[in-house]
Structure formats: structure tokens, C-alpha cells
Ligand binder design. Sequence first.
Ligand code: SAM
Ligand code: SF4
Length: 329
Amino acid sequence: MLFDNHGRTLDYLRLAVTDRCNLRCHYCMPEHGLDWLSRADLLTYEEMLRLCQVFVRLGIRKVRITGGEPFVRRDLLFFMKKLSKTEGLESVSITTNGVGTAQFVPELKKIGIQSVNLSLDTLDRERFFKITRRDELPRVLETLDALLEHGFSTKINAVVMHGQNDEDILPLAGLAEKLPVSVRFIEEMPFNGGDHAVQGQLFWDHRRILETLKTRWPRLEKSPDPPFSTAANYEIPGFFGKIGIIAAWTRTFCGSCNRIRMTPQGVLKTCLYDNGVLQVRDILRSGASDEELAEKLLFAFQKRPKNGWEAEKSRENAPILESMAMIGG
Ligand code: SAM
Ligand code: SF4
């Protein structure tokens, strides 16, 4: 097993395979998009496979594919199929915006993927357009249908933003009444590629989200959180699915954080809020052996900040200007 310098287990890698996206969510990037990475900047699939093998040898058991929008990268399923055959890797999952995903759902099932996170911040077409700057709600809902039809364990992720989707909290939570989904509300983080400043004091923090849910469902109850869960989990009597609240800005879950991240250009992050701690791509391309690579990774894991606040402080003169599409969520 792999541990960091604070005794926390590390067994979960979030691997961002691209920075590109077919949406332009307000909370993630500006309207004009980002300075997209060139192909040479991106880790190749071969590099990712090698890296994952090294990670698994060190103790990683679970990989989540993310981005940018993972499905805009060509041959993604081919890569995922190979990845899921990695000996010792227990689970491969994916986070998607669902825009072009429905057509790939049967194949995802075939290659053994069991869990999919779908980002969906509103059920209202106009608000969807305002938030994502694209009119794609029907295609996302088509993906949700396909996921449920194929029996995927499905989580719906909604970022809650004051003035943008306040009215959607209750309808989104209501999806869990009839559907076997976990609807998770996420505090907005400042990773929007410089689109706008996020206030230090969030309006929709986890407490306010919880209070709002309780106005409608006073019998909402806390349920036990699985180990390493970033979400505080809740149940509503009579509901088929579950509700979760992720205090991503308040950072209440750092004490048991088991995750590391690889950005699309091959930078290791040991905390969501750090500024990248190791340029892994250059090591991979320098001719280093797997042992040399593993040694450098282990060294980085021993310098992990205690929590997101410490990580943010360690950025010194590098204010948070990056997009979540460069991090993977
Ligand atoms: N494009 C895919 C998607 O949207 O599901 C995967 C990548 S996206 C960066 C991963 C997750 O990060 C999504 O659930 C998205 O809602 C979330 N996210 C993006 N920007 C965020 C922000 N500023 N604050 C909180 N969550 C954010
Ligand atoms: Fe694209 Fe996901 Fe970022 Fe939205 S949150 S712009 S879908 S990468």
C-alpha cells in the first residue's frame, strides 16, 4: 500500500486525458476557451499506460478518466480497454459532460467500466445554455438514459452557482427520487481559467445547500460515508437514489484524501489546489527507467501538503488562474 507523509492512503488516480472540450462551462473556462495544448504537449496513450502501470505497482487501485471532455480525444475507448487490463488495477471509471457520450455507452459496458460520473448542473434548457454556452441539454439527457439502461452506477455532478442554477438544486435532487442515481452538489472552486473571480465567502457553501434540501425534504438523513468519500452522503426516505454534497471549496475532506492527479500535459498534482509538483512527462521522455520514475513519484508523495489550504499557500506567486479542464476535477 502507498501512503503519503501524513499517513494517508494513496490509491486513486484521476487522469486527465485532454484539456479540450465541447462545452464552455462558466465555472471552468472563458467563452473563447483556453490556449489548447499541442499534441506534442499531451501525454500519449502509450505514456499514460506506462505511467499507470508504475502507479499500480506503487499502490494505485483505481483510475478515473477525466479532462477536459475525455470523449473529444480520439481512440479513447481503445485506450480505456487497454488500461482496464492493467494487472492489479481494480477499477477504471470516467467523468463526462455527456454531450457526445451516449453512442459510446454500450462499448463502455463491454470493456467492463462500471461507474460513470455525469456532469449536469440544470434540467432547464435555457439555463444549461447560459452555464455551458452550448445548447446541448437533450444530448446529455440522452446519455443519462443510456447509462441507466445499461445498468451503470451513475453519479450526477452539479456545481452550484449563485444566480445561475439556484433554482435547480431541488429539481436535480428530485432525480434521485425515481432514478437509481447519486446526485452530488459541488461547491464552486476558483479554477475557471481566469473567467471570473470566485469570492472567498461562497454563497452556496455545503451548509446552505444542505439547508435548502431540508426545506423540501426535512426527513433527509445523513448516511455513512464510504471510506475516502469526498461527498457527505444523505438519504431521503422513499428515494431510490442518494444525495451527496461535496465541500470542494470549504475543503472538509482533506484529512482522508486518497487521490492524486495527472494533468493532460503530464504534471503530477498531489493536491487539487497545488500548482503541480512534478513534471512527469519530461521524466518519461528523458529515457528514465520505471524504477527511476517510481523513485521520483515516491519522493513527491512524501511532500504532500496537509490540506488544500496549505497547498494553495504553497503556490506563492502563482494565483489560481488555471481551468479545471487542465486538472480534471
Ligand atoms: N468534461 C467532463 C465533465 O464536465 O464532466 C470532465 C472534466 S470536468 C473538469 C470534471 C468535473 O469538474 C465536472 O464534474 C465539473 O462540473 C467539475 N468542475 C469544473 N470546474 C469546476 C469548478 N470551478 N468548481 C467545481 N467543480 C468544477
Ligand atoms: Fe468542459 Fe467539463 Fe470544463 Fe464543462 S466542466 S467546460 S464540460 S471540461
